[in-house]
Design a protein around this ligand. Structure first.
Ligand code: AN7
Length: 356
């Protein structure tokens, strides 16, 4: 018998604010309920009196925040009788769609940019049995094709233009407010399609309806893929953080709304800054996120140092995906190539004493 307090996923927990009925079959793999971890070492390193928390969304079932929206989108697709879902993806959406389709017993088609998705994400889409369509183009081309093909084939789009994705994803804001006992002063996120910042803002504004309290929303982009900084869509996005290699964000207007209404801002980080933040978090806090996710922490640290985020603030940074998603990029930035030595006590002892 299931215990009374067994966690059954975020739709079950937040059904009061989600579009489901008692008879809806929930397609869930136990997503959500991710830890909000207080950074202990980085604030001291930067010498500022701030509380920085990371929302470790890499601990969702497929290793990224996408599962929050996907459980909702696939639940509704199944409820509405759909037999197949489709998405364009820089990787994480495809992994999540593939997993939830497998769970639901329906088909997933995923369009991915050839050679530009992290290895772990590709492995997931393959293992979950998705139909993988690699295109000679980037995410933006794939997204355009998905919109067109969905008009001609019986497939449900599960990119964040599907409103149920945003509904499921907003639960992250609810969890954060619950864990902190208040909303944070600042919420920093990496921005690609801008679905996540849109969803968080929706969650915070729903919760703040009576109190009026909400965080300042801050979105960080990669320098080579920063349409929000340019103020217009761009054609050839490029960044080591392939998850956010996006030039034509689908939630463009909503993200500008979140920025303006919350009094927030957008900024950009170079690839070097993104990778440095990823390493810093790994080395100083024991938390491994993928490069795109580190943009939130890298950007927040810079804005704390320059005073844009004042001392005394409570800051939440979303770590959107797990570091294991992209082992190639992680290994390539670690200089030390472990050399093999004799399997003898003397050799191992010498190797240890050498490092102490
Ligand atoms: C790790 O998987 O767009 O601003 O197709 O995987 O809501 O798009 C991924 C996006 C940040 C950006 N961090 O979030 C996809 C995809 C990670 C991501 C983002 C993504 P949005």
């Amino acid at each position: 018998m299931a215990s009374a307090n067994r966690y059954l996923g975020l739709i079950d927990k937040y059904r009061a604010v989600l579009p489901v009925s008692d008879s809806t079959r929930l397609i869930s793999i136990g997503e959500g309920n991710t830890p909000l971890i207080k950074l202990e070492n980085i604030p001291a390193l930067i010498g500022k009196n701030v509380d920085i928390y990371v929302k470790y969304e890499g601990l969702n079932p497929t290793g990224s925040f996408k599962d929050r929206g996907m459980t909702m989108a696939v639940t509704k697709a199944v409820e509405e009788g759909s037999k197949a879902i489709i998405c364009a993806s820089t990787g994480n959406t495809s992994a999540s769609a593939a997993a939830y389709a497998a769970r639901a017993g329906i088909k997933a088609f995923v369009l991915i940019p050839e050679g530009k998705i992290a290895l772990g994400k590709l492995a997931q889409a393959m293992m979950h049995g998705a139909e993988i369509i690699q295109i000679k183009g980037n995410f933006d081309h794939g997204m355009q094709l998905v919109k067109e093909v969905a008009e001609h084939a019986p497939v449900t789009i599960v990119n964040s233009i599907n409103p149920y994705r945003i509904q499921g994803q907003k639960t992250a804001a609810y969890e954060i407010a619950e864990a902190l006992g208040k909303v944070p002063d600042y919420h920093c996120l990496p921005v690609g399609n801008a679905g996540n910042i849109t969803a968080h803002w929706l969650g915070y504004t729903e919760m703040g309806k009576t109190s009026g309290e909400h965080p300042t929303m801050v979105g960080y982009q990669a320098a080579g893929a920063a349409p929000f900084l340019k103020g217009e869509m761009i054609d050839d996005p490029e960044t080591v953080a392939t998850a956010i290699r996006i030039g034509r964000p689908q939630s463009w207007d909503q993200a500008w709304g979140a920025q303006k209404e919350s009094g927030g801002w957008f900024d950009l980080l170079s690839d070097e800054e993104i990778l440095a933040a990823q390493k810093l978090l790994s080395e100083q806090e024991g938390i491994f996120c993928e490069p795109a996710s580190a943009a939130s922490v890298g950007g927040a640290i810079r804005d704390i140092k320059n005073g844009k985020i004042p001392e005394g603030s409570t800051i939440v940074c979303t770590l959107t995906g797990h570091g294991l998603k992209d082992p190639d990029t992680a290994i390539s930035q670690c200089a030390v190539n472990p050399k093999a030595i004799d399997a003898s006590l003397d050799a191992v002892k010498a190797a240890i004493l050498d490092k102490l």
